[in-house]
Design a protein around this ligand. Structure first.
Ligand SMILES: C[S@@+](CC[C@H](N)C(=O)[O-])C[C@H]1O[C@@H](n2cnc3c(N)ncnc32)[C@H](O)[C@@H]1O
Length: 207
């Protein structure tokens, strides 16, 4: 069965994320900013880049290479149209859960709400392999909620197809796993969302 993200238009994804019952776009953008401000990377990769939410925070005086990875080529094309001024913008169309990436490493890998869809197997191996020595993987995870559905019901019906492959990631388990792999946690925060859910942000620097 083809990956459900291939059948979702960027308009639907972004409309869903900005809907009253979701409103996650600004929080994701601010968490990306937190990572950029703290690590001031010369190169950054965004896994599951969608339409490039948060790329406006990149300071091109500091960051000279920006790598977008997504399974949906149309999203990557739109990122190029939206951010023509970004230095060294590369796009790589890959299925992170199945392909083995061979992209030169970067200082910061940002992976927001991607492991819920792509899992922690090959996708995590790909993310870690992309991190330079002393570089950082920053992750945003959706936290469990008693009141909100994992994929909220909005007027964008296509988004409900994502439920099939969606699984929350356990924060403590990920922190332990990454420490074992030589990536201790160096920064974290919890971000409450207006629609009742919350995100967990963690940054892991390669030892
Ligand atoms: C929930 S969005 C990520 C949030 C996004 N970073 C933001 O700030 O809005 C998930 C993104 O990951 C991509 N994606 C999902 N599964 C993927 C996979 N297996 N490989 C590569 N990209 C994938 C989707 O196409 C989508 O752009």
């Amino acid at each position: 069965m083809p990956n459900p993200w291939l059948a979702i238009s960027l308009e639907d994804y972004e409309g869903h994320m900005s809907s009253e019952g979701v409103r996650q776009t600004p929080a994701l953008s601010q968490l990306f900013r937190r990572a950029l401000d703290r690590f001031r990377p010369a190169s950054v990769a965004v896994l599951g880049i969608a339409g490039g939410n948060g790329l406006e925070h990149i300071d091109s005086a500091a960051t000279k290479r920006v790598v977008g990875v997504d399974i949906n080529q149309k999203y990557l094309d739109q990122v190029h149209r939206r951010f023509p001024q970004l230095p060294g913008l590369e796009s790589h169309c890959h299925d992170l859960a199945h392909d083995v990436l061979s992209i030169p490493q970067v200082d910061l890998v940002y992976a927001a709400l991607i492991f819920e869809h792509a899992g922690l197997g090959r996708a995590l191996d790909n993310a870690l392999a992309l991190v330079e020595p002393s570089g950082t993987l920053a992750v945003v995870l959706q936290l469990p909620s008693d009141t909100a559905q994992a994929v909220a019901a909005t007027s964008y019906a296509s988004m409900q197809d994502l439920k099939r492959d969606f699984a929350l990631i356990d924060v403590d388990g990920l922190v332990r796993l990454l420490a074992e792999k030589g990536f201790p946690l160096v920064d974290n925060t919890r971000q409450e969302l207006p629609a009742g859910k919350a995100f967990w942000y963690g940054a892991f620097t390669r030892r």
